[in-house]
Design a protein around this ligand. Structure first.
Ligand SMILES: [Zn+2]
Length: 410
């Protein structure tokens, strides 16, 4: 039994102590249902792929139904605004009707679909700031069969993501430096492949229609919330709200369930793009790195606390954050194989996933390993890696400074 004081000691034969820190707080009911369903759908999809089935997006009736519901939700919003305008115009002169109309317009306006926007206080890199990095992403986008990204945001999360912003559809890639800095180059290519795979599969487009409707429903849910310690009249209102409120919760849950399957398929598909871009091997390594993301987060936190405690005197405050990324990368490099194996087993027991909609990481790993391994379509060389590192040097310094200054959430 290998023992490393930084990680749990456990037995690979009988699984003793494999999961010493079971989650202390139970997630909410909705999150629990999601997790269970995500696991079940994930297993079924994996079984399909293992049986030789293809992972094509295909026609998914539940996804179509969810789309229909989402459009209907937006339809209600439009009807509210239109009805309000009609009241104001038609009932001009009758203050009661006009006020009712204005109320409807305000209600509809608060429920309007709001597309994601470029983050205001984020560190943004445009093409001119990082030509080599954009060049790499362009190449990966060609492999993914999609257009490249328009802007890159760099932040302090152990994560990466893509979204489409605003009505003009600007593509935003968010790169968490604590993840990026701890990956080897080919794993970075796999990561970018996964993210661009979400664009080529249309996930962000579908996600926008669905996400905005989901948000409108959440606002409805908030409006219909019962008053606490109600007076008699409020008690009556609470009673009246009960039916529409249950309807809204029901719709939220239904939408969740209807889209889970296509979301899972989307993740597997994005993983296959990751493999095409950076090779199957790199995509599998990337998933392993995601398995230990928690450990990276803890190491980052520890290091930020240590650096903050350093004396500020003698001009040291400026360079306190120097070496943060090196320490983090060295930590990841030093994680022993038995810890990865433990995380895999914990994942199989608990259903570990990046969040509660992703398929469990061990299933994604298994799915990648089903077919024959594919070689990398995009390779890199030392020169390019150096140029990309130089382009990111400024961002590295800024994000490190921010991490040391603000600390890392627990
Ligand atoms: Zn994904």
């Amino acid at each position: 039994m290998p023992v490393d004081s930084r990680f749990a000691a456990w037995c690979g034969v009988c699984d003793w102590n494999v999961d010493p820190a079971e989650p202390a707080e139970e997630p909410g009911r909705l999150a629990r249902v999601r997790r269970t369903l995500a696991r079940r759908h994930g297993e079924r999809l994996l079984a399909e792929v293992s049986a030789g089935g293809a992972l094509r997006p295909g026609k998914d009736t539940s996804a179509l139904l969810a789309h229909g519901i989402a459009l209907a939700v937006h339809g209600v919003t439009v009807a509210l605004v239109a009805g309000g305008v009609w009241c104001v115009v038609g009932g001009w002169g009758n203050p009661v009707v006009v006020v009712a109309g204005l109320f409807l317009v305000a209600l509809g306006w608060s429920l309007r679909p709001r597309l994601p926007r470029l983050p205001k206080d984020a560190l943004l890199l445009y093409r001119a700031d990082a030509p080599a990095l954009y060049g790499l992403i362009d190449e990966i986008a060609r492999v993914a069969g999609t257009r490249s990204v328009d802007v890159i945001a760099v932040d302090a999360d152990v994560n990466a993501s893509v979204t489409t912003c605003g009505v003009r559809g600007h593509r935003l890639l968010t790169l968490g430096l604590p993840l990026w800095e701890t990956l080897e180059h080919r794993q970075r290519i796999a990561l970018l492949g996964h993210e661009l795979g979400h664009y080529s599969n249309g996930d962000t487009r579908r996600g926008a229609v669905f996400g905005t409707a989901y948000r409108s429903l959440t606002i409805w849910h908030y409006y219909l919330e019962p008053t606490e310690d109600p007076a008699p009249l409020e008690m009556l209102a609470n009673l009246v709200y009960l039916v529409p409120r249950s309807l809204v919760s029901g719709l939220l849950m239904l939408l969740d369930q209807l889209t889970l399957r296509s979301k899972q398929r989307a993740e597997y598909l994005a993983d296959s793009v990751a493999a095409q871009a950076g090779s199957t091997e790199a995509a599998v390594e990337l998933l392993d790195r995601l398995l230990v993301a928690e450990s990276v987060h803890i190491a980052l936190r520890r290091e930020s606390i240590r650096l903050r405690a350093l004396p500020r005197s003698a001009g040291r405050s400026e360079g306190r954050q120097d070496g943060l990324w090196e320490v983090l990368a060295a930590h990841v490099e030093s994680i022993p194989e038995h810890e990865y194996e433990r995380q895999r087993r914990v994942g199989a027991r608990r259903g570990h996933s990046v969040d509660d909609t992703h398929p469990p990481t061990h299933q994604r790993r298994a799915c990648l390993l089903v077919g024959a391994p594919v070689p990398a379509a995009v390779v890199s060389d030392a020169d390019r890696e150096q140029r990309i590192a130089a382009e990111l040097a400024d961002a590295r310094g800024q994000v490190a400074r921010q991490i040391v200054r603000d600390g890392v959430d627990g």
